[in-house]
Design a protein around this ligand. Structure first.
Ligand code: SAM
Length: 306
């Protein structure tokens, strides 16, 4: 096997066997295999796989995994999200572009607050949402939580760079008690696919993301309702809950948020097929305020809220 010429650091043994560099390599055979496997963006994916491969053996292994249906991001080991590279380990939910709406709303709400905000990313998966919020805002006290051990390990890798703490457990039970009542922003992309629709998802999601990351119960809102019911006691007075949902489920999500004692607003961005329910906690402590019952619809056009 070919061993590339040094230089090697002084005093260190030269590697015995190193795969020859993969570049330059004709992408055509990779493109053809990906296209035959049904990959729509075969050229782009081939370029990404070629760039990630460390040699011909590694390239073959990466292409095999992709051809077998594993999401590209899990094969590469990372996903692009809000301009960041987010580590995505096999078996962890791949962050979706529609979730950038959560990040935008979070940043718009917290920017210029004049102090270090407390942010919680519930059902954090890889931690992509919390990472992007912290990256955009500068210092935040960030807590992320997930029930899944692989997701927690992955989120710890991602959130180390922004000093975030990652906890494992069922929703709020994972969080340190000291955070209760202090949260300025609680963001949750909890699973919201109705159970019967999980089988209809693309195989990449169905076969390679954990069912617990997708299945939101009979109407898709089981987890959202639990998140909404608990939010107010964890939020600071005037704090905000952001819940990702679908356009169809938004009325159910908003109703759950209002049942939790928050004022609900629906934000929709058709371009990203993204829907977020914003729940605002009253500025008065929990026991002194009454519940609201009005839902206001907000739409994003050309990047601005109308
Ligand atoms: C749709 S994924 C979202 C992941 C991440 N927030 C994102 O947007 O990329 C939902 C996540 O919720 C987690 N989850 C499901 N049930 C949970 C529970 N009861 N408590 C905490 N996390 C849960 C799953 O493990 C999964 O990582």
């Amino acid at each position: 096997m070919h061993v590339p010429a040094g230089p090697y650091p002084p005093g260190q043994p030269e590697p015995e066997e190193v795969e020859p560099p993969v570049h330059p390599q004709d992408p055509a055979p990779v493109v053809a295999r990906l296209r035959a496997a049904g990959c729509v963006f075969a050229e782009d994916e081939a370029a990404a796989l070629l760039a990630a491969a460390t040699g011909p053996g590694s390239l073959a292994a990466l292409v095999d995994r992709r051809v077998r249906g594993e999401p590209l991001e899990q094969v590469l080991g990372w996903a692009g999200f809000c301009g960041l590279r987010v580590v995505v380990e096999p078996g962890v939910f791949v962050p979706r572009q529609r979730s950038t709406l959560l990040v935008e709303r979070a940043v718009a709400l917290l920017r210029g607050s004049g102090r270090t905000p407390v942010v919680v990313d519930l059902c954090c998966g890889s931690g992509a949402v919390g990472l992007a919020v912290a990256d955009a805002l500068g210092p935040v006290e960030l807590h992320a939580a997930d029930v899944d051990a692989v997701a927690v390990r992955c989120a710890r890798r991602n959130l180390a760079r922004v000093g975030g703490s990652v906890h494992r457990g069922d929703l709020y039970a994972a969080l340190p008690a000291a955070v209760r009542g202090r949260v300025d922003l609680l963001v949750a992309n909890a699973p919201y696919v109705p159970s019967a629709a999980v089988a209809l998802l693309p195989p990449e999601a169905r076969d390679h993301e954990p069912r617990a990351a997708l299945d939101g119960g009979p109407d898709g809102t089981d987890l959202q309702r639990r998140v909404a019911a608990g939010a107010r006691s964890w939020l600071a007075p005037g704090g905000t809950l952001l819940v990702e949902t679908s356009a169809r489920q938004a009325p159910l999500t908003a109703t759950a948020v209002e049942a939790g004692g928050l004022r609900a607003t629906v934000v929709r961005d058709d371009e990203r097929d993204a829907t977020v329910v914003v729940g605002t906690s009253p500025r008065t402590p929990v026991s002194e305020s009454s519940r609201c019952a009005v839902t206001h619809a907000v739409t994003i056009r050309d990047g601005s809220v109308t």
